[in-house]
Ligand binder design. Sequence first.
Ligand code: COA
Length: 236
Amino acid sequence: MEQKSSLKSIIRPYKPTDKSAIVSLFRFGILEHVYPAFFKAMSHPDHIGMTLSVSVAGYVLGGSSYFLAVLFAGAWACLVYYCCHEIYDAFLRRKLEAEMADIQANFMDSQANGFWVVEMEVNGKSKVVGLLAAVKRDGWDADAGDGPSLEVFQLVVSFNQRCKGVGTQLVETAVEFCKEQGLSRVIIEISSPQTAALSLFRKLGFIVTSGNSNTHAYHLVSKLARINVIRMEKHL
Ligand SMILES: CC(C)(COP(=O)(O)OP(=O)(O)OC[C@H]1O[C@@H](n2cnc3c(N)ncnc32)[C@H](O)[C@@H]1OP(=O)(O)O)[C@@H](O)C(=O)NCCC(=O)NCCS
């Protein structure tokens, strides 16, 4: 299935020659959330309180030392940054070693899964500027509304091509594919700092069905990073 989009671009299925462009887009699309997650965590009232507390502790323990106050606060900020980085980096490593290690076998050779890329002409050259990968998930109980569904595994649009409707077109492609497969639900899990994605899926009719703090990292790491995993669904 090839779909035309505006801006001289096409959405087409993945080809093995896309691999290196796809992997760098995938890597960027995950690690770019580290800084937003860090700033979001550090601006939470609990973490602001903690920053002030460790600064005061440093000041007092150092015998009225401003240097130790700043050092303690800096160490605390580094710890929170490490936790944010660890969550996304560990996720990236896991995915690169598993599903992304063999895109052809894991997505293209199975009719139930899909992997689309957006190819666009940039400065006279054809470039891959977006990707959406989706996998079929078996539900637990169809009667309870948890039948088989299509899960968006990853969606990334290259930074320079954002806010031009590319992400919307990729999601619409996945929704069409879901209908063709006879599935009635598209699901996605997004981490709380991914505000653009949350807004995109909301705009496309997805609703938040649950949220939890299970980022697959150690509980303390997730707690310090203050990252939640939000599950969104769209019934077709
Ligand atoms: C999320 C992402 C795919 C959006 O791609 P995009 O091509 O910029 O999206 P679109 O141009 O189709 O935008 C559609 C809607 O998304 C929302 N949106 C997009 N970028 C946004 C931003 N920076 N801030 C807030 N909302 C945003 C808006 O509601 C927008 O509608 P509008 O243009 O009418 O305001 C892109 O930002 C991205 O690759 N992010 C990093 C990876 C990621 O978070 N992936 C998602 C889950 S795996």
